[in-house]
Design a protein around this ligand. Structure first.
Ligand SMILES: [Zn+2]
Length: 268
C-alpha cells in the first residue's frame, strides 16, 4: 500500500487499484480526526459510543476527500454474512441493511465501509468498469463473502473473475488473532489444508500446550477465497490492525473500546 499524508489525514491506497479518472479509493488510518480517546481520532462509526457531532465531523473529512459527504456515499449495516447488494447512485446517502458486500457498475456511486480488525475486500473490474467493497471477519470469511462478491459481479455485470483486481485491506493478522474451538472448527470445515491457516502458539506462549487455541491467518484465508473464486491478482496490505493501533482501530487489541476506520471506493 502507498502511504499518503494530506493535511491531518493519513490514508493508504493500493498500488494495483485505480486512483484516477476511472475510480478512486482509500483506506483511512485513525489519524486526523476530532474524536477523543478511545475513539481517537478519526472514528467513522456511530455503532460505538462516540459523540455524534464528532463522528459527523470525521465523516466530512473522509468523504470530503472524494468531494462527498455522508449524504452522498452508500453505507452498509454489516452483519458478518455473505449477502452482496448491487447498488447505484440512487443508494448514495442510504444505509443498505444486512449486507457485507456492495457492488456497482454505475459511475457516481461511492461505496463506504468501516472496520476494526475485520478484512476490507476491494474488487475492481477494468473491463466491465465495476467495483466492489466487502467486509469479512472470521464469520464472513468462512462463509466466503469474497467469493460471493466475485460471483455477484459475474452475475450482474458479466465480470470474468480472471479480469478482476483484488485487494485485501488492513485486518488482524496471524501474529495477533488468537482463536478458540468455534473458529477453529469453522475454518477446518471451510478450507482445504486448514492447518496452514491455523498456526500453533509459539513455544513459550501462555497457551503453547493448550490444544484448543490457534492463531488464524485471516488475510491469507481471504486471499484463498478470492483465488478459489478465480481471481488471479490479489494485493495484500501487509498491515495487522492489532499490531498497529497507532495507525488503525483494533477491536481485539483495544478490548472493544475503540472506533472504526473508514474505507471508500468510488466509481467515476
Ligand atoms: Zn499483529
Amino acid at each position: 500500500m502507498i502511504s499518503i499524508q494530506h493535511d491531518d489525514l493519513h490514508y493508504f491506497r493500493f498500488d494495483g487499484l485505480p486512483h484516477n479518472g476511472v475510480a478512486q479509493h482509500a483506506v483511512f488510518s485513525r489519524q486526523g480526526g476530532v474524536s477523543s480517546a478511545p475513539f481517537n481520532s478519526l472514528n467513522m462509526s456511530m455503532s460505538v459510543p462516540d459523540e455524534r457531532d464528532r463522528v459527523y465531523a470525521n465523516r466530512r473529512r473522509v468523504y470530503g476527500l472524494f468531494g462527498r459527504d455522508t449524504e452522498t456515499v452508500v453505507h452498509a449495516h454489516l452483519v458478518h454474512g455473505d449477502t452482496v447488494a448491487r447498488v447505484t447512485q440512487a443508494d448514495n446517502g442510504t444505509w443498505v441493511e444486512h449486507v457485507d458486500g456492495l457492488i456497482t457498475n454505475q459511475p457516481g456511486t461511492v461505496l463506504s465501509m468501516n472496520f476494526a480488525d475485520c478484512t476490507p475486500i476491494f474488487l475492481y473490474d477494468p473491463r466491465r468498469h465495476a467495483i466492489g467493497l466487502g467486509h469479512a471477519g472470521w464469520r464472513g470469511t468462512v462463509v466466503d463473502l469474497p467469493g460471493a462478491m466475485v460471483r455477484a459481479m459475474t452475475e450482474h455485470f458479466g465480470s470474468d473473475p480472471a479480469d478482476l483486481v483484488a485487494a485485501v485491506g488492513p485486518c488482524i493478522g496471524p501474529c495477533c488473532y488468537e482463536v478458540g474451538e468455534v473458529v477453529i472448527s469453522a475454518v477446518e470445515s471451510a478450507f482445504d489444508r486448514p492447518e496452514t491457516l491455523l498456526r500453533l502458539p509459539d513455544a513459550g506462549h501462555k497457551r503453547a500446550h493448550d490444544n484448543d487455541h490457534r492463531f488464524f491467518d485471516l488475510p491469507e484465508a481471504n486471499r484463498r477465497n478470492l483465488q478459489n473464486a478465480g481471481v488471479k491478482t490479489v494485493e495484500m496490505s501487509g498491515h495487522c490492525t492489532a499490531c498497529r493501533t497507532d495507525l488503525f482501530f483494533s477491536h481485539r487489541a483495544e478490548k472493544g473500546k475503540t472506533g472504526r476506520f473508514g474505507t471508500v471506493f468510488a466509481l467515476l
